[in-house]
Design a binder for this molecule. Structure first.
Ligand SMILES: [Zn+2]
Length: 369
């Protein structure tokens, strides 16, 4: 293992931020995997899992069992780590700009497709050429803010990987994944290893989240009938923010390590077992909104199977005795809830994964922020 630090470009005098990069194996020996944790900096279960993964990879490296190149960024967002406001950690958005740290990633699709004439019938040649164009595009970008500079550095590390795993954490949630629909059922083993409750097929969700933006140029090539391999890109939501637990983190790290074994990045034996959750389009994810403001009282635990129209919570009005039911807007599995229990009318307070797409869920506008 070698650990290096990249000094991020300075945007305010007298400050300095470093990004720590752990490298295992060596470039060109086999496939490349890129794993980052906690791009939303208040998602500590992801960073804890990365810490355990680092130890597993270090040991495998010492035993010469890394068959390709693996890059691990255990804490991907030093800017977000530092953002405390009135004693609250603000890790989701870049405070000076209000930008979500997992939106607005630099998208090289137009640059790649502008050179469409370069491509051939050979997918391996096309992959290498596309990666060269993407790297050139990234090198030309001039960031205007610290969060943009951070995203550029991370994208330069990830853009040419065969496997990209982006580890996050939700508010109060079961473990769930976002993957491109082209990778299902191929990634059933990863979902089984992680014991995911829900797998969502996300493509063109809107807002350029990291894992979709890494894949976007290759998807555009395939949509234009240019032969090209689609990299495996996954967002892994490691439960909820309060699930900071060594046993869970150790199991999560082991699951990712075993997945790297199954994909030939690490030499060893691993078995995936069965996936028992729901795998369905992101358009089939019901966003349950609070009908009124007040105190949220959940009546269904995470993982509960619910029917459309069934009450899953009540909102208690703190000023009267009134209680307003919150009804499921989808039949399926309740897999996220709010961490904070004060709702304003219209807030999304739960998500339910069904199997039938909902008419109000449209490509390009599938994210909540
Ligand atoms: Zn996140």
């Amino acid at each position: 293992m070698s650990c290096t630090t990249i000094e991020l470009a300075q945007f305010s005098p007298g400050t300095r931020r470093d990004l720590t990069i752990c490298r295992f194996g060596r470039p060109g020996k086999g496939p490349k995997a890129y794993v980052q944790a906690s791009m939303h900096a208040d998602e500590l279960p992801a960073t804890l899992a990365a810490q355990h993964l680092r130890a597993l990879l270090q040991q495998a490296g010492e035993e010469d069992r890394i068959m390709g190149e693996i890059i691990l960024v255990p804490a991907a967002n030093p800017i977000g780590f530092s953002q405390l406001l009135l004693d609250h950690h603000m890790g989701r958005h870049h405070c000076p700009s209000g930008r979500n740290f997992n939106r607005f990633w630099p998208d090289a699709t137009a640059a790649v497709m502008a050179q469409e004439a370069q491509f051939t019938p050979d997918p391996a040649v096309n992959l290498a050429r596309a990666r060269r164009i993407i790297r050139g595009f990234l090198d030309e970008q001039a960031p205007h803010a610290e969060d943009e500079a951070l995203k550029l550095e991370l994208m330069k590390l990830a853009h040419d990987a065969d496997i990209v795993l982006d580890m996050h954490t939700d508010l109060d949630a079961e473990l769930h994944l976002y993957i491109d629909p082209g990778h299902w059922p191929g990634l059933r083993d990863l979902a089984a290893l992680l014991r995911a409750g829900v797998v969502m097929f996300a493509r063109h969700s809107g807002g350029n989240p990291f894992e979709e933006t890494v894949a976007a140029p290759f998807l555009a090539m395939r949509e234009a009938d240019i032969p090209c391999t689609l990299p495996i890109t996954v967002t892994i939501e490691l439960r909820g923010q309060l699930d900071v637990d060594d046993e869970l983190a150790r199991a999560d790290a082991r699951a990712i390590f075993d997945f790297l074994i199954l994909r030939g990045l690490v030499q060893g034996e691993a078995e995936a077992g069965d996936f028992t959750g729901i795998a369905a389009p992101f358009e089939a994810t019901g966003l349950v909104r609070a009908p009124t403001g007040g105190i949220i009282i959940y009546e269904c635990p995470l993982g509960a199977m619910v029917r459309k129209g069934e009450p899953i919570a009540h909102i208690a009005d703190p000023l009267t005795a009134r209680r307003t039911p919150v009804k499921a807007n989808q039949t399926g599995r309740l897999f996220t809830r709010n961490l904070h229990r004060l709702a304003h009318a219209g807030d999304v307070i739960a998500k339910i994964q069904g199997t039938s797409p909902l008419p109000e869920r449209k490509q390009g506008a599938l994210m909540t922020d």
